[in-house]
Ligand binder design. Structure first.
Ligand SMILES: O=C(O)c1cc(C(=O)O)c2c(n1)C(=O)C(=O)c1cc(C(=O)O)[nH]c1-2
Length: 576
């Protein structure tokens, strides 16, 4: 059912439009020659002020919208424009201060006549898509311990897959699968700890060792932590997941090890900061690859895994492409986890010179090693900043140009670790940050780039004033579209991204993802606006000091000259 809904380009039935995370639409009515005539068709306010991430879904003439906390859901009939049903969960507002980077929610999932909502308080809910009636609720985590949720649930086969947030609260990360019909948990695989709890088979699960894919061996995680630190060691899973039917695997990434003070957790801290392939039916780990062993900068590895069949160094490859927070873009063979390409997609990256292709390890520049410099020493000028060369904002893949379109950040930081005591349910951060625009660049804090993942090269780069915190969309109309933090919805020519073909100022800064659908023979494009997320946390949570908001406020202070709060959806179409 979901597969056929996705196959119909009139729908937008999954957060990325498909299960490969490509964010590509076959619709071509809006194209490079007429996009300049785009007009606003309609708008809709969610009535919620904080950051609006993700996008609505469209299935068979109904649109399903979500909001940040309190996670309202609206079902709108596209014929009548009426709200058919509305659901507002009752959630304890005590979860609000347990959320690190604004009270965002990355959207809903659809399957078999059901809508799935992953609430902030960690309850996973299935609703009847026609009526909004709650069919089941599953408790996915304990918000009292900081285990909250922002990720979108993802449906693959008969399972709804969800993750967990709370890396800054010492939450031990995991991915879990629930039966879409009953809400019963089918499997749960932790990011750290004993093999059995991670669903790792020491002899069958493989990783990249010595230039080859080889079995991970016994206790691959436990060996890389001191004492019991792995129990409060992070590795949360709040990103976008993808699925390949051919390998029957779900692909996703794990976040930072806790705490941010690296001196409190010597070792590689496996398998935080890693790319995972798990069997979707059993959760068993096929392969895992760690990008940033012993993280010293908060470079969470949760960014989306985009699956695409491309030429890698001239060879047709079933690839997995990932733009990591650490500033490197990785191309792996998704069938076995072999590392094929790892290159900087942000020329300002300075914390590592390169990735050693034999060990798969980044070569750290000692001056930027916050562990070597030690606690209570401010390590200055690390690029990228903790929020990475790219954060959660998902990139797109265009099968026509064979390129990836990547919303990026151009931000650096000063990072000062300090000793922190673990107290259950309290923040467990352990570093003070301040962030600022990357020095010596175009003067802005963002770039929209076109990337060749087979070669590991930037093809083109379009400068932006602020970080691009919105998800990208490419279409068969030759367009690549995204939003900016000032609030502009933009479409550029996929063949030459420096050519801005359309621009419209929406009501607030954009951190949502561009999506498209067709209704009654007409193509529509849309995007949520509503400033927030980590980059917009200063405005969303009313913070002021430069080091507030885990250091994000400083760099984005100027945003107040361009936008203010407010969540709404803007839908565009060509004139009649
Ligand atoms: O470690 C975590 O559990 C965790 C959770 C989240 C989240 O759930 O939004 C973010 C982060 N970390 C994080 O490091 C980060 O940069 C970030 C940005 C955003 C956002 O929505 O803009 N969320 C989060």
């Amino acid at each position: 059912d979901l597969e056929s809904k996705i196959a119909n380009p009139k729908n937008w039935a999954a957060q990325a439009g498909d299960m490969f995370n490509q964010r590509y639409s076959k619709l071509n009515q809006i194209n490079t020659s007429n996009v300049g005539k785009l007009q606003v068709a309609w708008t809709f306010s969610t009535g919620v002020l904080r950051g609006h991430e993700g996008s609505p879904l469209v299935v068979d003439g109904m649109m399903y919208l979500h909001s940040p906390f309190p996670n309202k859901v609206f079902a709108i009939n596209l014929d009548t424009q009426k709200i058919v049903w509305k659901h507002e969960p009752k959630q304890d507002p005590a979860v609000i201060p347990q959320m690190c980077c604004d009270t965002v929610n990355r959207g809903l999932a659809y399957a078999e006549g059901k809508i799935f909502l992953q609430q902030a308080d960690s309850n996973l809910v299935a609703m009847d898509a026609k009526t909004g009636k709650v069919l089941w609720t599953a408790k996915n985590g304990d918000p009292k311990l900081g285990a909250v949720n922002t990720n979108a649930p993802h449906v693959f086969k008969d399972k709804v897959i969800t993750g967990i947030s709370g890396g800054e609260w010492g939450v031990r990360g995991y991915l879990a699968a629930y039966d879409i019909n009953t809400g019963k948990q089918v499997w749960k695989g932790y990011s750290t700890g004993p093999d059995a709890e991670m669903l790792i088979d020491p002899n069958k699960t493989t990783t990249w060792i010595d230039g080859k894919v080889q079995p991970v061996g016994k206790d691959s995680s436990l060996k890389t932590w001191q004492g019991d630190q792995w129990k409060i060691g992070g590795g949360t899973t709040w990103g976008w997941y993808s699925y390949d039917k051919a390998t029957n695997s779900v692909y996703y990434g794990t976040g930072n090890p806790s705490t941010w003070n690296p001196s409190q957790r010597p070792g590689d801290n496996k398998w935080s900061m890693s790319i995972w392939s798990r069997d979707v039916d059993t959760g068993k780990v096929n392969w895992v690859y760690q990008m940033t062993p012993f993280d010293e900068w908060d470079f969470d590895g949760i960014n989306e895994m985009i699956l695409a069949d491309i030429d890698v160094k001239g060879k047709p490859t079933k690839a997995l492409v990932h733009f990591d927070r650490n500033g490197f873009a990785y191309t792996l063979d998704r069938t076995n986890g072999a590392l094929l390409v790892a290159e900087k997609y942000d020329p300002k990256v300075n914390w590592a010179t390169h990735v050693d292709m034999k060990t798969g390890r980044p070569q750290v520049v000692s001056k930027y090693s916050t562990a070597q410099n030690g606690p209570d020493v401010n390590t200055k000028g690390v690029c990228p900043a903790a929020l990475g060369s790219k954060d959660q904002q998902p990139a797109s893949f265009d099968p026509n140009t064979k390129l990836f379109y990547v919303p990026t950040n151009h931000v650096c930081m000063d990072y000062e670790p300090f000793k922190v005591e673990y107290v259950a349910g309290q923040p467990y951060v352990g570093a003070t940050l301040s962030m600022f625009p990357a020095p010596g660049s175009h003067g802005g804090m963002g770039n929209y780039i076109a990337w060749d993942a087979g070669k590991g090269k930037i093809v083109q780069s379009k400068p932006e004033k602020f970080s691009v915190w919105s998800g990208a969309l490419n279409t068969a109309g030759g367009l690549s579209c995204y939003g900016t933090l000032e609030g502009f919805f933009k479409c550029v020519d996929a063949k030459d991204i420096t050519k801005e073909l359309y621009k419209f100022r929406t009501p607030s800064g954009i951190i949502g993802n561009v999506f498209t659908y067709e209704h009654k023979g007409k193509q529509y494009m849309g995007v949520f606006s509503g400033i927030g997320g980590w980059a917009g946390i200063g405005m969303a949570a009313g913070l002021e000091k430069d080091t507030d908001g885990l250091g994000a406020v400083g760099g984005y202070k100027e945003l107040g000259q361009y936008t203010d709060l407010g969540g709404s959806l803007t839908i565009f179409a060509l004139p009649n």
